[in-house]
Design a protein around this ligand. Sequence first.
Ligand code: GDP
Length: 297
Amino acid sequence: SLGERLKTGLSRTRGAFAGLGAVLQGDFTDELEEELEEILLTSDLGMQASTEVMARLRVRVERDGLKGDGIRDALKAVLLDIIAPCEAAFEPGPGTNVVMMVGINGAGKTTTLGKLAAQHKACGRSVTLAAGDTFRAAAVEQLKAWADRAGVPVIAQDTGADSASVIFDALASARAKDQDILLADTAGRLQNKDHLMDELSKVVRVLKKQDANAPHEVLLVLDAGTGQNAISQAELFTRAVGVTGIVLTKLDGTAKGGVAFAIALKFGLPIRYIGVGEGIEDLQAFSAQAFVDALFE
Ligand code: GDP
């Protein structure tokens, strides 16, 4: 099952937290604090989030005089508190909802877009894809393959076409056909960062000419396996475009998952989905409880 696959994916982190039993034998000593902080760091929380988690844990431990397993449960509660607010699904409104995918090359944008197309379709929604990554030659072909798999139409132009105009035309077409969802792919790499961010803000600007509420969702796709790199990517993209949700991919691989807590603390954005494989069904709605459980079980 997907739940099992997530656990397997997070097994290294799970190993770290599951092994807490041996560490948590008695009082909350300095040595124990150091050991816990080390575990958080190796689980990809990063320095800032690890420090925050330890501070919150210390408050609980001192307030309630916790020891051993009590400390473990308090850590779990602290982690859950941090990511629980990130559990928020995207609810499509009336008309054509534009969902724009952003993220660097290789993060899993196109794959996630394909999985999402299949999910929306399974929910009875009509879906059109826009091949907005006009920079990478293979990107359009890859998107067409996902469109076939999901059984949805794709609007594309030649490589080198203007991304904003491809997505603008796709929206016109999707609106004319009363489509519920337009899923727009975008480039993950151009000549340089500024150029890429300019292009993404242009896409947003142009879409608004057609529908002031578009894009209705901007999903930032982050490879959870890149650890703290994911944080700097999030900084870059949230500054350039109004990101409304995060997708954490490749949690079935060697990713440790801690980056979710760092993102929650730093950006406070919803984590809409997690990617747990390369197949069309390997996308789960984010559940804070299931996520924390997977790290500890
Ligand atoms: P893009 O450049 O951002 O569009 O990234 P792609 O969608 O092309 O994905 C890059 C690679 O990551 C591909 O080989 C995908 O199959 C793989 N990938 C994407 N999401 C996941 C995931 O959740 N788990 C695993 N294991 N691989 C993934």
